[in-house]
Design a protein around this ligand. Structure first.
Ligand code: HEC
Length: 203
């Protein structure tokens, strides 16, 4: 009798625990999928990660090892020259890998690029009106971001543009000395271009 009772209580306890766990899992899944992140918040968060990684790579790898310690160079032709990839290449390789991996994730849909009104590589010049206006805005209004919406190919997008700043002396020296650079008077702390993040909006 005693044993039966114990078993009964045990069974009840297990059932209760399972129900609680199941409810908890469902609640977490519900919360995780609830549409509560605004496109602007998502863009700001993505940019924070991108910009921090970019700054760390430039300061702790390129500026330290190439400019200061001179143990290795940084070059566009990094393979041939056994050099470090440029910060802009590091950024683009990441963006390309994100685009490729996101193909398999139907809910993950955004793109990003590094551009400038004074591009070393003309492919990095702004193309849409929003990109042109945004790059001009962030260059003229230091510390401010530019947010807008645009319609491209029948889809509405939220587009955010953030200043890309000369955070290390190598940013300035490399661009000012580069044979293809259309601008040669950059100084430390100047806005040299911008990061464009684009997120599709449901129509
Ligand atoms: C050793 C040289 C070098 C260094 C250091 C460097 N850049 Fe560049 N940067 C380039 C080259 C070359 C490109 C073009 C790359 C490409 O083909 O897309 C470029 C691209 C860019 C672009 C995109 C527009 C353009 O000019 O094509 C921006 C913006 C930019 N760099 C800003 C910076 C900033 C800010 C830093 C420092 C955090 C930096 N760069 C460090 C050489 C350099």
């Amino acid at each position: 009798m005693q044993i039966t009772l114990n078993k009964k209580w045990l069974a009840l306890g297990v059932a209760a625990a399972l129900t609680t766990t199941a409810t908890f899992v469902v609640a977490v899944e519900d919360a995780a999928n609830k549409p509560m992140i605004a496109p602007k918040t998502m863009a700001d968060a993505l940019h924070l990660v991108m910009d921090s990684d970019r700054t760390v790579y430039t300061r702790k790898i390129v500026n330290r090892l190439a400019a200061k310690e001179k143990v290795i160079t940084a070059s566009e032709h990094f393979d041939d020259e056994k050099a470090l990839v440029l910060p802009a290449q590091m950024f683009r390789f990441g963006a390309e890998m994100v685009a490729k991996r996101a193909e398999k994730l139907p809910d993950v849909n955004f793109s990003y690029s590094l551009q400038s009104l004074w591009p070393v590589n003309t492919q990095n010049a702004p193309k849409t009106d929003a990109e042109k206006a945004g790059l001009k805005f962030v260059a003229e209004n230091k510390g401010k971001n530019f947010y807008t919406t645009e319609e491209l190919g029948g889809t509405n997008y939220f587009t955010a543009i953030y200043a890309d700043t000369a955070v290390a002396p190598v940013c300035v020296s490399c661009h000012n000395d580069h044979k293809d650079s259309p601008r040669r008077d950059f100084k430390l702390g100047d806005v040299m271009g911008g990061v464009v993040i684009r997120i599709p909006l449901e129509s």
